[in-house]
Design a protein around this ligand. Structure first.
Ligand code: HAM
Length: 416
């Protein structure tokens, strides 16, 4: 038997029903905040990710699914969506319209990571991106939107971590200071020895406990922020305070992607173990320009949907669905039942039947297993009388109803 690729999961019903509900809630909340959907290709030119995420990040250096297509071009399965949303935004001339431009995107991403609980090679993100404003109000609104989605899904025990990464000018100063700190100590892992020379900020991402201990006493970005960036950060935090949002300042939060400027944030959820970040995001004011567009600020986040599903409160016991099951006995009943099936669906009712002419007992037990609310039983006798036996499965109550008008009567009762 051929099996699925390691780190890639089949999502099956009834789980897919819960995924749909979550996406529905996210879509509704995005709508309230003025976001509209983008659906973009899974494959992009490799260069797009290398240029935006950063060549020294784990994602670009180790985790991308990159291959050469038949034309000889290097293409990559998207490891994240921000870079491609910016690409699509620029390519389709959307930067020209006035005001803040807001988009969401829901779909699979691909990273060749070591699979474990909450970490997959194909995973799913609910992504939010807004362009055209550097106002701290937008930062606060984006964080409120994220918490709104998570709150409506019933998530509690969340930790919101916030930091400011400043602008490139603040970062030049800070990276110099950090480099001096990193070179004054020995014992860094081989990755960090390289990182401290080429991209010092990435040392903060190191998973090694030893490197994290060595980082004790490292300088923080907050101390290097220019007056503008410091003012921006203070205003974002004040707005979060004003809306009663609990947050923790996390001076070493740099996120695993190089494009971030100013506000960066992450939401951690209890119960996820080592992979506890359920969402992350921040500003990326330089990204549009880096990708050949105008100097247009941007901010966004992505929720890891796989992790979100794991911490979602347990679903309430499923109720019997407003589903009609038609049990037909004999060829004539099958014929009439099939017509009734389509009639019910046209009236907006979920309806099913089994075409294999099984016994009444097995058809009724199938109806029960499917959680149907009602079974409509049709046999020769019923057809001759122009009636059907209608069995309400939860109560076990049975009644005879006229076939003409049956659809209307079931629709009335099931929708009541
Ligand atoms: P990220 O932090 O790399 O950010 O990913 C966002 C979320 O995706 C993580 O917090 C996590 O929940 C989920 N995630 C990441 N990798 C995996 C994995 N291998 N398996 C399961 N879940 C995973 C970004 O991707 C940015 N593009 C977010 C953003 C949007 N920033 C601005 N706009």
């Amino acid at each position: 038997m051929i099996r699925a690729i390691r780190g890639m999961r089949d999502l099956l019903p009834p789980e897919t029903g819960r995924w749909q509900q979550v996406e529905q809630v996210a879509r509704e909340v995005f709508g309230l905040y003025g976001y509209r959907e983008m659906r973009l290709p899974l494959l992009e030119r490799t260069e797009l990710f290398a240029r935006s995420i950063g060549a020294d990040t784990d994602i670009v250096a180790k985790e991308m699914y990159t291959f050469t297509d038949r034309h000889g071009d290097s293409v990559t399965l998207r490891p994240e969506a921000t870079a491609q949303v910016v690409r699509a935004f620029l390519e389709n001339g959307l930067a020209k319209s006035a005001g803040v431009k807001k988009y969401y995107l829901i779909g699979p991403m691909f990273r060749y990571e070591r699979p474990q609980k909450g970490r997959y090679r194909q995973f799913h993100q609910i992504n939010c991106e807004a362009f055209g404003s550097d106002a701290p109000e937008l930062d606060a609104e984006v964080i409120l939107l994220l918490l709104d989605i998570l709150g409506r899904l019933g998530l509690s025990q969340l930790r919101l971590l916030v930091n400011s990464l400043g602008c490139p000018l603040c970062q030049v100063d800070f990276k110099g200071e950090l480099k001096r700190f990193l070179f004054a100590k020995e014992g860094w892992c081989p990755d960090c020895q390289r990182r401290r020379a080429v991209n010092a900020l990435r040392v903060f991402d190191c998973k090694s406990v030893h490197c994290q201990a060595l980082l004790e006493g490292a300088p923080t970005l907050k101390g290097s922020l220019c007056p503008d960036c410091a003012g921006h950060y203070t205003r974002v935090l004040n707005l979060l305070d004003r809306f009663g949002v609990a947050y923790e300042e996390q001076p070493r939060l740099v996120r695993g992607l190089d494009y971030y400027t100013r506000t960066a944030f992450e939401v951690q959820a209890a119960g996820l173990g080592a992979q506890d970040a359920v969402a992350g995001g921040g500003r990326y004011n330089g990204l549009a320009k880096e990708l050949g567009g105008p100097d247009l600020p941007g901010i966004g986040f992505a929720i890891g949907q796989d992790r979100l599903m794991e911490v979602l409160p347990a679903a309430a016991a499923p109720e019997r669905e407003a589903l009609v099951f038609i049990a037909a006995l004999g060829t004539a009943a099958l014929e009439r039942g099939f017509a009734l099936l389509q009639e019910l669906r046209r009236a907006g009712l979920r309806a099913l039947m089994d075409f294999d002419q099984r016994s009444l007992k097995s058809q009724l037990s199938l109806a029960d297993r499917l959680g149907a609310a009602v079974a409509v039983i049709l046999g020769d006798q019923e057809l001759a009388a122009g009636e059907a036996q209608v069995k309400w499965l939860a109560e076990g109550r049975q009644e005879r109803l006229e076939l003409a008008g049956l659809t209307g009567s079931l629709a009335g009762r099931l929708r009541a």
